[in-house]
Ligand binder design. Sequence first.
Ligand code: PEP
Ligand code: MN
Length: 294
Amino acid sequence: MENKFPGKDITLDDLKTKFPLVAKKNNKHVSVVEAAGVEFGGNNIPILAGPNMVESKELIFDIAKNIKDSGAHFLRGGAFKPLTFPYRGLKYNETREDGIRWLEEVKEEIKIPIITEVMEEKFIPLVSEVADILQIGSRNMQNYPFLTACAKTMKPILLKRHYGASLRDWLGAAEYILYEGNNKLILCERGVSVPHTHRSTSRFLLDLQIIPAAQEVTHLPIISDPSHATFWRPWVEPMALASIAAGANGIMIEVHPDPKNAAVDPLQPIDFNEFKSLMVKMKSVAQSINKKIL
Ligand code: PEP
Ligand code: MN
């Protein structure tokens, strides 16, 4: 396919020279990234679910059991949180180490792999003890020394797109990770900022088009996070289904037993029943495009 047209953020030819490790070597080149026995980028679509924040031990056990019963493959949840509002809910410095220990216990008892965010270089060893995938948050996407330090752990990494970053900036950040010899990299679209002139819906806008755009030029798997993108519970389901239809290699969803009382971003999580029913719908959309959610 001709991939040079004016206005395109980056072409495969550009990418091959600028970010050679991220670029596809040929049309069929796709990487399957394995983490804790779960494959991203193959025919199966992993589902990563859990609260925004690891609020308490009880909460994280309750959620882990429930999402696992509904078929989720990974438990998500931040002990280290980038909080836009520092005074909302538990503060960043109240959850961190405790939260990691609760994740460790829940992983051991419930037997579910963990994806959790790491925000500072000094905590990489602690978070790496427990996380099966290190999540690099949108706000750290271009913190290049931090990307390098995370890559050096050789752990699987999820790199969220910054809400102001182009595909080219995002893939440039990804190149830093691959450059360290760490090929276990998964990309995650989580919504972009929109100018006020265009803002008619929510805080962010899920850029579904980035999924085929990224897949055209990079071999890396790309997942979608409709919870952060929509910031609004009723839109999570349609955008999760649309992400699967658009070719996402995984879905990250916020789930909370009592969404309205979630400590962080209470407008976006879905509850246990909604998650259970969404799993059924996601499976049928996956099937319609010859993929599976196991
Ligand atoms: C999160 O997933 O908890 C999170 C903070 O996401 P983002 O970096 O996309 O805002
Ligand atoms: Mn959030």
